[in-house]
Write a protein that binds this ligand. Sequence first.
Ligand code: ADP
Ligand code: MG
Length: 240
Amino acid sequence: MLEIINLKKTFKNGSSALKGINLKINKGEFVSILGPSGSGKTTLLRTINGLENISGGEIYFDNIKIGHNSILEVQKKTGMIFQEFNLVNNLSAINNVLTGLLSSSNKFLSLFYLFKKSQKIKALKSLETVGLLNKSYNRSDELSGGQRQRVGIARAIIKKPLLLLADEPVASLDPKAANLILSLLKKINKEFGTTILCNLHQVDLAKKYSDRLVGILDGKIFFDEKPQNINKNNLKKIYI
Ligand code: ADP
Ligand code: MG
């Protein structure tokens, strides 16, 4: 469902973040990307949903080649989850979730809360999936970090995406909340068959929840293994 071929990304300032990434991800897989800070994890996710132009190579997503003409199509089929949740603090949980239905071109509509009843029902269902139905009308800044990330997940799944991209979704959370968030992503992965690509810092969590671990160092993949086959020396190289 996702095929990345010799992907390269060099920023305008000359910094080379991705140096030839080859990666194939099957439908329904839960894949975690491990790697030290600055290794290219965030850039990789951003190129997949068109937030970042690529400098070389190709990305195919659900048989669509990612490029200028396909960005809207790709963004419709992907959901994104962020480390810092990226919620609007003074909006209720349900209104934050509803913004997940807006494409970047019609974001202004959210200012007027012009949502249909059917869309509100979708938002409530998403909040139910993440176990937060009873907080739907709380302002998001009244929620704990773990609850806010659950709102972030509800926003990402409201469109029923084929692919969820999660950029260090638990880096700002304590271990208990981190486990809850990853088990929730796992539940979504199993129940809806959503493919998950998740940048993580914590090896233990990655091993516990993923079908596959991909290690990135300095813009290149240097291992791609099932959790049970992971080589300790490879892990050490990533975290020196
Ligand atoms: P990670 O998410 O693994 O920490 P990033 O993808 O954020 O890594 O960054 C990879 C490399 O690309 C780093 O060297 C970083 O400084 C550089 N980089 C990331 N974003 C930009 C940008 N917008 N402009 C210039 N360099 C960038
Ligand atoms: Mg990052």
